[in-house]
Design a protein around this ligand. Structure first.
Ligand SMILES: C[S@@+](CC[C@H](N)C(=O)[O-])C[C@H]1O[C@@H](n2cnc3c(N)ncnc32)[C@H](O)[C@@H]1O
Length: 378
């Protein structure tokens, strides 16, 4: 996350223009834009449903809506780490360009465009400063050299996706999304970091609607990334042991976080696919930000694997990807473009869960505001 450092020059408050706000939130709704929009929060609140797909009362301005200039400028300054250079005290355009190894004239044009949109300030000609939006640019997962580039360029496959009803990520990158990440460990690591505390914030360990932590001895976090949620749960409940299931590279990257959280001895890491049989006999299986990555058939198989593995009185908790029936599921998400995934209403999820051998115990909002669904094997 971008933090203010000594020597940082900050412009007087500049009100964020509507355009600036829109360009940031709309570019970052995810696997990833949710990551971002919600990383404004101190804690991970990505489960809060967003209602970004607003229906404007008046007809929109097409030229503003279809202009790609601002989103690309934001990605470029994020990639060049311009905000970090300014925060470190480099504010003059030529030295800024030198620090970022880029062309001063082009960079100035990009920055001036962004200033006009309310991102960065130019307090004196050729001198640039941070404002609130600029301070946040770096933590939005927009770096074109890592996962931000994958997500940005994936939108270029939307036409094929719409024509075929299937993700077309492989057209751009040669492999489907997860395979591409496995083939490029640096990109995968940047994805994991974006999903972890640096991108999402610290997850709230309070994930049970029905309480009953005293009955829980073993938790399996299915597709648990680098273990941020599992670590918080184990820190809050010293009697619990955990199992982290994810790709081998991701669970290997979890070591640092688990050690730092002081829970490493209580966690077993399992590098496997969650489409294969899962570690059996646990009291609680967590699926956080997983189901929305997948079409129905795959989502159902993941749920079935949880149903098969859980103890008869074990629980499966779904966090993210399911919204209350009176909320509107996000229509167009990065998950759709990257993976063919989607958010589901509770009713749609209920059907999927039933076919997977699960019954819904309860659903509702957790103290964090996240919508959760608790299930049990039938
Ligand atoms: C959107 S991330 C969510 C990570 C974590 N649950 C969180 O909320 O921060 C999806 C996770 O699923 C994992 N994943 C995707 N396909 C998988 C598979 N076939 N088997 C195991 N893990 C997988 C990814 O590596 C990633 O960590």
């Amino acid at each position: 996350m971008l933090r203010r450092r000594s020597g940082l020059k900050r412009a007087d408050e500049i009100p964020e223009t509507e355009n600036a706000e829109e360009s940031i939130t709309t570019r970052s709704r995810t696997v990833l834009d949710r990551v971002v929009a919600r990383s404004h929060q101190k804690t991970d609140e990505e489960g809060k449903e967003m209602t970004d797909d607003k229906i404007p009362a008046e007809s929109a301005n097409l030229s503003t809506l279809s202009d790609l200039c601002t989103p690309w400028c934001i990605h470029v300054v994020a990639t060049l780490r311009i905000a970090d250079h300014i925060a470190a005290g480099t504010t003059e355009i030529k030295t800024l360009a030198r620090s970022a190894a880029c062309d001063a004239d082009f960079l100035q044009r990009v920055l001036r465009h962004l200033v006009s949109k309310g991102v960065f300030a130019e307090p004196a000609p050729g001198q640039f400063a941070l404002n609130k939006a600029a301070e946040e640019v770096q933590r939005f997962g927009l770096n074109l050299d890592d996962i931000g580039g994958r997500i940005a360029h994936a939108w270029g496959t939307l036409l094929t996706a719409v024509r075929t009803g299937k993700p077309a990520y492989h057209e751009q990158f040669g492999l489907p999304f997860w395979e591409d990440l496995q083939a490029h460990p640096d990109i995968a690591a940047s994805f994991d970091a974006l999903m972890g505390p640096a991108g999402h914030g610290i997850p709230d360990p309070e994930v049970l609607l029905t309480g009953g932590w005293e009955e829980v001895k073993m938790v399996v976090d299915v597709g648990g990334g680098t273990g941020a949620l599992l670590a918080e749960i184990l820190r809050a409940h010293p009697q619990i042991q955990g199992t982290l299931v994810d790709f081998p590279g991701t669970v290997a990257r979890a070591e640092v976080l688990l050690q730092a959280a002081g829970v490493r001895e209580r966690v077993r890491t399992v590098g496997q696919s969650f489409f294969d049989p899962l570690p059996a006999g646990a009291d609680l299986y967590l699926l956080k930000s997983i189901l929305n990555d997948w079409p129905d058939q795959e989502a159902q198989l993941i749920l079935r694997r949880c149903a098969e593995a859980a103890r008869p009185d074990g629980r499966i908790v779904i966090l993210g990807g399911v919204v209350a029936d009176d909320s509107v599921p996000s229509l167009l998400t990065p998950e759709m473009v990257l993976l063919g995934g989607k958010e589901r209403s509770l009713t749609a999820f209920q059907e999927l869960a039933h076919q997977a051998g699960l019954t819904i115990l309860t659903s509702g909002r957790l103290p964090s505001g996240r919508f959760a669904v608790e299930c049990r094997p039938r």
